[in-house]
Design a protein around this ligand. Structure first.
Ligand code: UDP
Length: 239
């Protein structure tokens, strides 16, 4: 199998790591995800990963707490997930570097763009943790920002649904599935794919996004090989 992309950004939500338990980290789920990431790595693709933290904490979870404090807690949650992914990937013999947007030098490198690119060139997987380092942002925005910085060809947005729909397919059995959308479609139709900051950043920097389901971890490999799965979002007009 040949890879369609040279350098990719994989965005994993925190929940993807929780498996059926819905909270925290499920080691066998992490192993499944990392096994499919390895299959992509073995094709020679340069891989960067941004992982969320929703399996532990989301800033908007608390109304009472100071918003920034709640967001910093969310950013710390992403570090737990990043270390779990690092551990699992390293167990499979893949060199991995975690870089954090908030310095914690004892456990990870600080985020340095040039170093990240160097790691990728040396075939190390780079995991970007602690979000952007700023409250009031999301890890989707982190994925868009880092993808722009490191010149990733595409963002692979792994979700708990297999594509973007016009309404929630779990509630509406007639929900329409999109195979292609433009950035403006997503914004104008208020589709809940990424938050508007993230999608705008992708639009301004011409970074395509492929939304697909992680229910089958092999989908990452299908996405990399250019198989038509999920929903592709780019600057082209809607079909
Ligand atoms: N967060 C933040 N700034 C960032 C990235 C994340 O403040 O640049 C916080 C925010 O509170 C968010 C939480 O970290 O709710 C966890 O990230 P997210 O909700 O994006 O994780 P996911 O939904 O992908 O699991």
């Amino acid at each position: 199998m040949k890879a369609k992309y040279e350098r990719v950004m994989i965005k994993l939500s925190g929940e993807a790591l929780a498996g059926d338990q819905g909270f925290g980290i499920n080691p066998s789920t992490v192993k499944d995800i990392c096994t499919s990431i390895k299959s992509v790595y073995d094709l020679g693709v340069e891989i960067s990963i941004v992982v969320g933290g929703g399996n532990f904490w989301r800033g908007r979870q608390s109304d009472e707490m100071d918003k920034s404090t709640a967001d910093y807690m969310g950013m710390l949650a992403t570090v737990l997930n990043a270390l779990a992914l690092q551990d699992s990937l390293e167990g499979m013999g893949i060199p991995v570097r975690v870089q954090t947007a908030i310095e914690m030098r004892e456990i990870a490198e600080p985020y340095i763009k040039r170093k990240a690119v160097r790691h990728l060139e040396k075939n190390r997987i780079v995991i970007f943790a602690a979000g952007t380092g700023n409250p009031f942002f999301t890890t989707d925005t982190t994925a868009a920002l880092r993808a722009a910085e490191i010149d990733a060809n595409i963002i692979l947005l792994a979700k708990n649904v297999d594509a973007v729909y016009d309404s929630d397919p779990n509630i509406n059995p007639d929900a329409k599935k999109y195979s292609h959308l433009s950035y403006l479609d997503v914004i104008n139709r208020g589709l809940k794919v990424m938050d508007s900051t993230a999608i705008t950043l992708c639009m301004d920097n011409h970074i395509p996004i492929l939304v697909f389901g992680l229910n089958d971890p092999k989908n990452i490999l299908r996405a990399i090989s250019g198989e038509k799965i999920g929903t592709l979002i780019n600057g082209d007009k809607n079909e």
